[in-house]
Design a protein around this ligand. Structure first.
Ligand SMILES: *Cc1c(COP(=O)(O)O)cnc(C)c1O
Length: 383
């Protein structure tokens, strides 16, 4: 084994999630799968072709670097949309490659026009509107000059879409803010129409908005985390299950992360385990070491706190998670041996470690945990 851990991707689970999301949004709505941050840790090169096989032909990324990775593996007619970073010479790459990108400043619009003119091509853009998140977006007073520039350069600019992003559609606490954003978006869209700009595709919904505010679905959705089988948070999950009279989640986890036992040792009562003094044995113990640590994407927050699965049972992490290793207590698990499989995320026997229990049911950590899985861990697709 060259690498100390492996990620397995369940093709059937991905199909299940794609079918479920398509069914939820309806046939006339486009599904853009968000594959930023290495497809939420799952692997762009693995996820894109599988999703294409199940009918997804639109992918959203954050940066040029991610767009280029999708471009390398995608089918000819599959579309890529950049929601964030484009710069310098890469405007040319995007325009030449038919990759669309968000425009949220007049500066970027001017750059796009200049480059498209120079290349004698059409830049495909999505106008991102400021509706109340206060991160990126064109404000109301910018719409007039933006519309003018677009109309003056219509041979070089195609406004494919108009969009916005919500400031936390997963939390009931932000309900008023989201409703206000939805209204602002509608108003700004009418304003744009009055100025003569009528993009075909309005898109605003991420996973949480798609579930909690169906009116945000519009012409296209940009769905990340739920494509991979995760709910944006537990509130959203339980609300959906309750409203649809379901007892089990219709989303399935695509990813499993596993490693192996590297060594097994006995430790007398009253000894500290690993660095420092954070864990003291209270009995004669058996411990096992696993060659995965924070340097390989395993959160240090799980020191003395998280679990792994081993022989179908939970083994608690003892001491701090090191850069390359973690230690678990296996005193109560029989016949643990070197090379035994260890599940870091996934199921074994009747037990399961979900990413959220992994990070104390905290959804922001859930996203963070996934996207921290290093690119170099091998991804194996399971049929
Ligand atoms: C990440 C992102 C999404 C997808 O969010 P999920 O919660 O993963 O579905 C959609 N839109 C934008 C602008 C994003 O940055």
């Amino acid at each position: 084994m060259l690498h100390t851990s492996q990620i397995e991707l369940d093709k059937k689970a991905l199909k299940n999630n794609i079918d479920f999301i398509k069914n939820h949004i309806g046939e006339s709505v486009k599904y853009s799968m968000v594959v930023k941050a290495n497809a939420y840790g799952h692997g762009i090169e693995e996820i894109v072709p599988i999703a294409e096989g199940y009918g997804v032909n639109h992918f959203s990324v954050f940066s040029i670097a991610e767009a280029q990775r999708v471009f390398e593996v995608k089918k000819e007619n599959t579309k890529i949309m950049i929601m964030g970073w484009v710069d310098g010479d890469y405007f040319d790459w995007a325009i030449n490659s038919n990759v669309s990108f968000f425009v949220f400043t007049q500066y970027r619009l001017k750059r796009a026009i200049d480059r498209a003119k120079e290349l004698n091509k059409v830049a495909k853009i999505h106008l991102e509107l400021e509706t109340g998140m206060y991160r990126t977006g064109l404000t109301k007073k910018e719409l007039e000059p933006v519309a003018r520039l677009i109309k003056e350069n219509k041979e070089y600019i195609e406004v494919e879409g108009v969009c916005t992003h919500y400031a936390g559609a997963e939390n009931l606490e932000t309900h008023e803010r989201i409703v206000e954003q939805i209204n602002t978006f509608k108003n700004l869209c009418s304003e744009l129409e009055n100025l003569g700009i009528n993009p075909k595709t309005r898109h605003t919904a991420c996973s949480a908005a798609m579930f909690n505010y169906p009116e945000t679905i519009m012409d296209m959705v940009r769905v990340g985390v739920s494509s991979y089988g995760f709910w944006p948070n537990l509130q959203t999950k339980f609300r959906y299950l309750k409203e649809n009279n379901l007892s089990e989640s219709p989303l399935l986890r695509v990813l499993e992360w596993k490693s192996f036992i590297m060594s097994v040792n006995e430790v007398p009562k009253g000894k500290y385990i690993s660095y420092g003094t954070s864990f003291l044995t209270t009995r004669h113990s058996k411990i096992a070491t696993i060659p995965v640590g924070y340097g390989y994407g395993f959160s240090r927050n799980l020191s003395n706190n998280g679990y792994v699965l081993l022989k179908g049972e939970r083994a608690k992490i003892v001491g701090v998670v090191n850069m390359n290793m973690l230690v678990v207590d296996v005193t109560d698990i029989k016949n643990v041996e070197v090379d035994d499989v260890v599940i870091l995320i996934g199921e074994q026997g009747d037990e399961e470690i979900t990413v959220s229990s992994f990070s104390e049911m905290n959804n922001s950590l859930n996203y963070e945990m996934l996207t921290r899985l290093p690119d170099h861990i091998p991804r194996n697709v399971i049929e």
